[in-house]
Design a binder for this molecule. Structure first.
Ligand SMILES: [Zn+2]
Length: 553
């Protein structure tokens, strides 16, 4: 074991997220084109990833000749399980002769590679001498949480495969391992489903109003602006199954699991635009063209054809995604507070209160209200998901309707009593409260409108850095049910990849320390010192970020 001590030089050892243990020795090891690259026990996919990584990021292809006099970089999959580093951890030793990276799994070696990359200066590819100096260090590192999530909404605005891959590269760089892909919502259905082609023929496309900002299309402030007769739906897109398989494999190579979200039963304008028969009424639903609040669109809870539709979709999703989980949404089915007042003013009764089919289902099953009907619906889907050997994740509202203790609760509303109740019932929880994890909020307190569109409030870099997925004072037996944390990138006001990256960065770096590094190794002041070199790295890699945060005062 090496001792815990702060790295001596920030510029050469400024790894994010901060490793568990790191010891810096005197001296460096110099890598050149002649340095030998050695793989022991690894598979071809991993080896190809490493070779491409060095060539694209450092501009070098190391020798495979086996002449060790120029030193070695060895990636070794352990033959005997290293209990200290576990399934995702790794060790790095750099001495005068070379670099040794070891782990129990490919994912562990992927993380070792990210740390090795961060041991070199950011601008190494511009170094004409083709010499890369790495400080001599010993690192022992493993994650605090098993769930280190990064969510991306691709419904409100569509993001292509290239952007998703760039996002996955960024996740890998900062050791995030769960990509929560928000594929369906009122503004577009983004996943090819063979049995229901209209979901993508109609549901993936909306009317575009160029020159009008989304703020001006916000249905909270202005009346719903339905498409005009004959107005073409030109904005949108979707992922074919082939593209999805490509993304899943790209992610897996980087130690990342892709979790699809199929929103049930609310946030369903795009489904009802495609298949109006799945609604409760004959309201003229359309794929929404601006911020949509309060939302009326909801799938009918009393129609057996809706349940059959959902199960068919789940079948195709379960077959496509190898993940252990399917996220089934479950949020905001019913307006509350001011939203309810506004909802009733516009639409009268909630669809489920007015619908004879929904009422009949409630009566037949002795469900006391619409919340119980949603609970029944989610439980039916949960049972169906289980037939595929998988589990559901849902936003925290699903807990209120009653689910089995296998359902994973994605806690977002910062309601500690609800969180504790879920934990007491034995439900695993992923912490993603709006207070610390909603990256669609703007980053700069004093400057909300300057650099990116925003709407909901401020979430500073420092606040993200202070995030602890385990609320203070939670007893150990409950705390262990918290799988980890996740940042959520909602895309109502993210029109382009550039804006997506801007909102994600540099806050993703703060999130990564909150979910990877031991709580005792987190240090805000030291994080700030590491940030400039990380920003240089982001420049080299071609990411856009908010440059006005994380400045040392
Ligand atoms: Zn209904």
């Amino acid at each position: 074991m090496v001792s815990c001590q702060q790295p001596a030089t920030v510029n050469s050892v400024g790894i994010v997220p901060e490793p568990v243990e790191i010891r810096v020795q005197k001296g460096v090891f110099t890598l050149t084109e002649k340095t030998n690259l050695i793989f022991q026990g690894t598979d071809c996919a991993f080896e190809q990833y490493v070779i491409n990584y060095f060539s694209s990021r450092w501009g070098v292809s190391f020798s495979r000749e086996g002449d060790e006099k120029y030193g070695t970089v060895t990636f070794r999959l352990n033959e005997d399980y290293d209990k200290i580093v576990g399934d995702e951890g790794y060790r790095i030793e750099v001495n005068g002769k070379g670099v040794l990276l070891t782990a129990n799994t490919s994912a562990g070696l992927v993380y070792a590679l990210q740390s090795l990359y961060q041991l070199a200066p950011a601008d190494v590819a511009q170094n004409s001498l083709r010499e890369i100096k790495i400080p001599q260090v010993e690192i022992v590192d493993y994650p605090r949480f098993e769930w280190r999530g990064s969510h991306h909404d691709v419904s409100r605005h569509f993001f292509d495969v290239e952007h998703i891959k760039k996002h996955l590269d960024l996740m890998a760089l900062y050791k995030m391992n769960k990509f929560h892909w928000h594929l369906t919502d009122d503004h577009g259905w983004r996943l090819e489903i063979d049995k229901y082609p209209k979901l993508t023929e109609i549901g993936a496309w909306r009317v575009d109003r160029p020159g009008i900002s989304w703020s001006e299309l916000d249905t909270w402030k202005y009346p719903e602006q339905a498409p005009k007769e004959g107005e073409p739906a030109t904005y949108g897109g979707y992922y074919t199954k082939e593209q999805v398989r490509d993304i899943i494999s790209y992610a897996a190579q980087r130690g990342i699991e892709v979790i699809p979200e199929i929103e049930i039963p609310g946030h369903s304008s795009e489904v009802l635009a495609s298949y109006p028969e799945f609604g409760c009424d004959d309201y003229p639903y359309f794929v929404q063209i601006g911020p949509y609040w309060p939302p009326k669109a909801i799938l009918c809870g009393g129609n057996d054809k809706v349940m059959a539709f959902l199960k068919d979709v789940i079948d195709e999703v379960a077959e496509l995604f190898p993940s252990e989980y399917i996220h089934i949404g479950g949020d905001e089915a019913f307006p509350e507070g001011n939203n309810l007042i506004e909802f009733e003013k516009r639409y009268g009764q909630h669809s489920w209160d007015a619908c004879p089919k929904c009422q009949k289902r409630m009566k037949d099953l002795k469900l006391k209200d619409k919340h119980a009907l949603q609970g029944w619906m989610i439980c039916e889907i949960e049972q169906h998901v289980k037939k595929h050997g998988k589990k559901i994740i849902g936003w925290d509202e699903i807990f209120e309707g009653g689910v089995t203790s296998d359902a994973v609760i994605m806690y977002w509303r910062d309601t500690i009593p609800l969180l504790k109740e879920a934990l007491h019932k034995g439900n695993p929880v992923i912490a993603t409260p709006t207070t610390h994890c909603y990256f669609d909020y703007y980053q700069i307190e004093s400057d909300p409108n300057q650099e990116a569109p925003q709407w909901a409030g401020c979430l500073s870099l420092e606040k993200v850095y202070s995030f602890n997925p385990v609320p203070e004072g939670l007893p150990e037996e409950l705390a262990k049910l918290i799988k980890g944390g996740q940042c959520n990138l909602w895309a109502e006001y993210l029109y382009t990849p550039k804006e997506s990256e801007y909102m994600l960065l540099p806050r993703l770096l703060a999130m990564s320390e909150s979910v990877w590094s031991p709580a005792g190794r987190k240090d805000w002041e030291y994080f700030l010192k590491k940030l400039p070199e990380q920003k240089r790295r982001l420049n080299v890699l071609g990411y856009n970020y908010c440059d006005k945060v994380g400045l040392i005062k």
